[in-house]
Design a protein around this ligand. Structure first.
Ligand code: HEC
Ligand code: HEC
Ligand code: HEC
Length: 264
């Protein structure tokens, strides 16, 4: 008797599953698009309000073309020299930590402040390059570190004992959410341009003291491979969108290839 009840229970459960699979509408496939660096700045499309999406994505490239709310998912930028004229909370960024897959393990499970948990457990004694097969296997870009053309190494950027932190010039920890404080150690000119809104990208209010989201350096640049393979130059290019529609009545844009030089 007991057995039968159990069997019929399973039967009922299975029927329930099958019937609900038929009666419910198929779930919509999740649309994921990237904001700046493909594979490192993904955002899931959803409605902020009915009919008002958080992002519109390019069907061609999968890149975000429009933001429904430029401050969605942002946090205050944190202390940034010379940005103190902007009212508190008006300079915001999207945190990087939640995008970094290995983050929950870095400073806790693997490097607990004593050194790697394998034998012999010791911290590197210099910043000189040494092969790290375990890391290279997890993050392929570390196999042959491109950034700096062989003149910089892990601990120029990562904190020696706090592996879930980056490092500033004094050896103090810097949050992964403030990569500008790291990159600015060596690329001061770029950091200054970025702070002034000339390099990189900002979205939000137009007024100089208005609220803006700054895209952080690592949202665009892969810190381990800034030379971008064969291109050997600064930025992983993204596929271009199709050109805009021509104005009514214009057949092609060939005239744009001709530069009107005054004839005398
Ligand atoms: C130029 C500075 C720099 C150097 C040099 C550097 N890193 Fe990084 N690394 C970063 C930054 C910044 C991030 C965070 C990236 C992000 O926000 O997407 C990071 C992320 C990581 C991660 C997490 C990646 C993930 O996808 O989860 C690991 C692991 C790592 N670095 C290991 C290393 C090792 C090992 C070396 C040396 C072989 C090294 N890094 C060299 C700056 C650097
Ligand atoms: C410890 C110093 C150091 C730090 C920190 C550092 N870089 Fe670099 N970076 C270099 C060097 C050195 C080069 C190589 C320049 C060259 O020889 O072309 C370089 C090159 C680059 C290039 C390519 C430039 C080009 O013309 O090809 C980019 C982009 C770049 N870095 C971005 C970053 C970003 C983003 C960060 C922060 C995540 C960062 N860097 C942190 C030292 C550094
Ligand atoms: C919105 C995306 C974006 C952000 C954010 C961004 N960059 Fe860039 N960066 C670019 C592009 C695009 C280039 C042009 C690369 C090229 O010419 O191939 C570039 C070029 C560079 C170069 C190389 C310049 C050269 O002469 O070749 C460096 C160094 C650099 N960026 C550092 C930084 C630092 C440091 C930050 C943060 C303070 C930052 N970038 C933020 C997109 C960005």
């Amino acid at each position: 008797m007991k057995k039968l009840t159990f069997g019929s229970l399973i039967f009922a459960f299975c029927c329930g599953m099958i019937s609900s699979a038929f009666s419910q509408p198929a779930p919509q496939p999740e649309t994921t698009c990237f904001e700046s660096r493909k594979g490192a700045s993904e955002v899931i499309k959803r409605d902020l309000q009915p009919g008002w999406p958080n992002v519109k994505c390019s069907p061609l490239t999968g890149a975000v073309l429009w933001w429904g709310d430029p401050f969605d998912g942002t946090v205050p930028m944190g202390k940034m020299p010379l940005l103190d004229k902007i009212p508190p909370g008006h300079a915001v960024v999207k945190p990087r930590s939640e995008k970094i897959a290995l983050m929950p393990m870095c400073g806790v499970a693997c490097h607990n402040g004593v050194g790697p948990k394998f034998n012999p457990p010791k911290l590197p004694t210099s910043k000189k390059p040494t092969p790290i097969p375990t890391m290279a296997a997890m993050v392929p870009d570390l196999q042959n570190l491109q950034h700096g053309r062989e003149r910089i190494w892990c601990l120029d950027c990562h904190h020696t004992t706090q592996r879930n932190k980056l490092v500033d010039n004094f050896g103090d920890p810097v949050s992964f959410d403030q990569p500008q404080l790291l990159c600015g150690k060596c690329h001061g000119d770029k950091m200054r341009d970025w702070r002034d809104g000339i390099h990189g990208k900002r979205i939000g209010e137009w007024a100089s003291t208005g609220k803006k989201r700054w895209f952080t350096c690592t949202e665009c640049h892969n810190p381990h491979n800034v030379q971008d393979g064969a291109r050997n130059r600064g930025f992983i290019q993204i596929a271009p969108e199709t050109p805009p529609q021509l104005p009514k009545g214009m057949k092609d844009a060939k005239h744009e290839l001709l530069h009107g030089v005054a004839q005398h």
